[in-house]
Design a protein around this ligand. Structure first.
Ligand SMILES: Nc1ncnc2c1ncn2[C@@H]1O[C@H](COP(=O)(O)OP(=O)(O)OP(=O)(O)O)[C@@H](O)[C@H]1O
Length: 227
């Protein structure tokens, strides 16, 4: 097997709180290979978001190491982190988080503008090609508010893939969609993973089972299953 896209090694995260230290991840290790579609499951408060924050470098482990897409994320400074993240990690959220005053195409161009990954004249054609891939090219020049929830999530997925990152993280991406639209989005993720992009998704639902390649379960900050 080649190098994993995600290699989390024995990570523990302890927060100092008013009522004393609180450990939200306990000795968590995780390896995810290119093209995997991993679901991270567990009850509310089990540590799913904390783990995602370790992988993106939004937060640092108290102990352990986090290697993602060739970077030692736990060691990067803020500036290096921002630049690394922009090129290597696309993120999709439950509530889409498209910028409401920009058109759909402009939202998709934003990561390309931020990281200057593609020459300026290539950015709009690339955004349109991504929107076309997800079946919403005809929505490119509308504001996000004019789109349905499913269309907004497709636009958000296009934005997350704008810089062609090796890793796509999704935090309850179907939580705000009806069940039929949710299955469409899961199918898209499966196709994205089959194309070689690693997809990691936090989810509460069971409906992802036919689409994912593995599941990791957390309880009280510890890995209880990884199949
Ligand atoms: N900054 C922080 N300071 C103190 N405790 C925190 C902090 N961040 C998270 N926690 C605690 O760590 C535990 C795990 O939180 P986390 O958000 O990772 O859970 P989760 O599984 O993502 O939950 P949900 O499904 O509700 O989003 C929770 O008990 C939470 O209160």
């Amino acid at each position: 097997m080649g190098a994993p896209v995600i290699d989390v090694r024995d990570v523990t995260k302890t927060y100092e709180t008013a009522s004393g230290p609180f450990t939200s991840l306990r000795n968590v290790s995780l390896r995810v290979q290119p093209g995997d579609f991993l679901a991270v499951v567990g009850r509310s408060g089990s540590g799913k978001s904390t783990l995602i924050n370790m992988i993106t470098g939004i937060d640092r482990p108290t102990s352990g190491e986090v290697h993602v897409a060739g970077a030692a994320v736990h060691e990067l400074g803020q500036q290096a982190l921002a630049s690394w993240r922009g090129r290597n990690v696309g993120v999709v959220f439950q509530f889409f988080q498209l910028l409401p005053t920009l058109t759909v195409a402009e939202n998709v161009m934003l990561p390309m503008d931020f990281c200057a990954t593609f020459p300026a004249k290539e950015r709009r054609p690339r955004a349109l090609a991504l929107l076309d891939r997800f079946g919403i090219a005809d929505q490119a020049d509308k504001l996000p508010s004019a789109l349905s929830g499913g269309q907004q999530q497709r636009a958000a997925i296009a934005r997350a893939l704008a810089n062609d990152p090796p890793l796509l993280l999704a935090d309850e991406p179907t939580g705000n969609l009806d069940s039929c639209t949710a299955l469409d989005v899961l199918e898209l993720f499966a196709a994205i993973a089959a194309g070689g992009t690693t997809v990691v998704m936090v989810t509460h639902g069971q409906e992802a089972a036919p689409y994912i390649t593995s599941t990791m379960e957390l309880a009280d900050g510890a890995v209880t299953a990884h199949v």
